[in-house]
Design a protein around this ligand. Sequence first.
Ligand code: NAD
Ligand code: ZN
Length: 360
Amino acid sequence: RELIVELGERSYPIYIGEGILHEAGELLAARGISKKSPMLIVTDESIAKLHLPLLEKVLQEAGFTAVTAIVPPGESSKSLKVFEELVTKALQAGLDRKSAIVALGGGVVGDLAGYVAASYMRGIKFVQIPTTILAHDSSVGGKVAVNHPLAKNIIGAFHQPELVLYDLSTLQTLPPREVAAGLAEVVKHGLIWDEAFVAWCDENAERLVQLDSDALGYALYKGCSVKAAVVSKDERENDLRAILNLGHTIGHALEAVAGYGELLHGEAISIGMVGSARIGVRLGAPEEIYAVTKRVLSRVGLPVRLPEHLDTDAIMEAMMHDKKFQEGTMTFIVPTSIGQVEINSSVSKALVREIVEELK
Ligand code: NAD
Ligand code: ZN
């Protein structure tokens, strides 16, 4: 499958297929990635063991010169310290203005390597080879960033990749929890934009969980398409992009209260999306939205209830830190029907509190 993402004057292809990594040489060359200048591959330790040897071999055989930087797995690698280490590595390897940085990994590696590509010599080419389902989300939109101890993703840029290469075989080694967490964003893309795709996810949940290549390929294609549609429309209609935050207001609060680590991001937003559906129903949307949202998410292996030990006051407190909070009301992305949401800026805090209680 091939999808062309068009954002402003720039456009780039996303190739999705089984075994497509074997064609990396031709695909990179076709997009103008230089064989004369050295490239830097960035990956993490876990992915390096599984998928790096193939990529290195394929690129070498195609005539590319690549050096590799391997960072520890996990969010802590999205730091200025690791950023600096990568710049050092790029300088030592002699990367120049025509060089490219290749991210082989999930959203962590993509955001980190992308930010290095955006900054090194004021911006060099960037190639994404996502190895998680969640990373379909970060492969569209061009946002790249590292974290500051006081705030996530606060040091960043917009930097579009030259191409995205999604080899479905690499996903076969994902731990089941990461599979489900990535599927949360896939389902989210259906819930905000495409009723038929929600029904498809519902029917094909089992195949997705079992990492059936055809099903996964289609789901990633649809997920990327929805994100691309929203992001490109947002350039004209300001604020539309906010709908991508469905489930995230509650989700971020849960992540903060549970302590990062107990709940994966996808697990937290799964519970958040169920809460948002409930809010939608309370504001007059058809009851069915709640049932369907809950069913699809639990079918792909995600939690749909709040861990009981999480304190409602603490969750509300965490949501107050949200900038969107005004007196007594807050802005929420609220489902109005399956596949449709609205940006509602007058959801009462009392209702949110009630829903949080109900989620337990
Ligand atoms: P991740 O990159 O940390 O990957 C999750 C875990 O899976 C890691 O431990 C990793 O080593 C392991 N892993 C990755 N691929 C594997 C494979 N094929 N087989 C076995 N193990 C594998 O996390 P993620 O969930 O992919 O991404 C989360 C990050 O993405 C966050 O930092 C978030 O801020 C960012 N993000 C960015 C955007 C954006 O628009 N830029 C969008 C969404 C999320
Ligand atoms: Zn998210």
